[in-house]
Design a protein around this ligand. Structure first.
Ligand code: PEP
Length: 281
């Protein structure tokens, strides 16, 4: 991934007709957690109406509280993939917390006739789950998106990405999602998007930002703009290649992280802001 022996090796890649590299920009707006077919369909209709063909959909949710909703898991995959086919969604970013989830996704995609692709997301709680990294690294069918660990150094997170590459998968995207720190409060995590260019300098990976899990709220700055949107713009202006962002048709009904979700009515203006930020890059 750039830290590897051959520094000239490009780790940009093509997947499902899309190009992912250190120059591209893809917006993956979608549900933090898949809840029901109605909300997934409303989300996809909004994506299509706004010219987007990628999304995020959480089926397997790593929760702090064991009694909290854990995601529908494999049960929701058939209808999520059917709807992706119906609305021409090309790629879904979906977190996996266990190797078996990758197999379930693979099976469900095959059963559905492969209507879309899936990027295997490794969440911040699993950044150093080396056996999971090796398992995802060993296959080359699915790209991987690795979130930085919330409590380890950047270098340790980049080494975790190297586990994917050294096992054989060079289709890796690195995602900044903020660091756990008292100093970041009242944001959920300390926003770390100033490191977008740093990761690009140190590696050849496309760099993603996740403003939703970094800022973690819909707090509005004195200029009337959501702080989450300010943070996203900062990351895009710094050269981010992908944005993973939570939207929901009815955030008050979301089963996970509703308070940080943007509404479907806000998608249009969010994308316009990103366009301006990208021009400023
Ligand atoms: C997520 O993206 O749904 C998520 C749980 O993110 P993180 O691993 O960054 O907390």
């Amino acid at each position: 991934l750039g830290r590897h022996k051959d520094l000239q090796r490009k780790t940009g890649f093509h997947y499902k007709g899309l190009n992912f590299d250190q120059d591209s920009l893809h917006i993956f707006a979608g549900l933090c957690a898949v809840d029901n077919p109605k909300h997934v369909e409303e989300m996809m209709i909004a994506l299509k109406a706004n010219g987007l063909n990628c999304t995020r959909m959480g089926a397997y949710k790593p929760r702090t509280n064991p009694y909290a909703f854990q995601g529908h898991g494999k049960d929701c995959l058939p209808w999520v993939f059917d709807l992706a086919g119906k609305y021409d969604i090309k790629v879904i970013a979906m977190e996996v917390t266990h190797e078996s989830h990758m197999e379930e996704i693979d099976q469900a995609l095959n059963d559905a006739g492969n209507p879309c692709g899936v990027i295997m997301q490794i969440g911040t709680r699993n950044t150093q789950n080396f056996e999971l990294l090796k398992a995802i690294g060993k296959q080359s069918e699915y790209p991987a998106l690795l979130k930085r660990g919330f409590g380890i150094t950047l270098s340790e997170s980049l080494n975790a990405a190297e586990y994917l590459a050294s096992a054989g998968n060079s289709q890796v995207i690195f995602c900044l999602r903020g660091m756990k720190s008292e100093f970041g409060a009242p944001h959920r995590n300390m926003v770390d998007f100033a490191q977008v260019p740093t990761v690009k300098r140190l590696t050849r990976m496309p760099v993603c930002i996740d403003p939703s899990h970094s800022v973690g709220s819909r707090d509005v700055a004195p200029d009337g703009v959501l702080e989450l949107c300010h943070a996203t713009a900062q990351g895009v202006m710094a050269g981010a290649n992908m944005v993973l962002v939570d939207f929901h048709p009815a955030p008050q009904k979301a089963l996970v992280d509703g308070p940080q979700a943007l509404t479907l009515n806000e998608l249009d203006v969010f994308l316009k802001d990103m366009e301006i930020a990208r021009k400023a890059y």
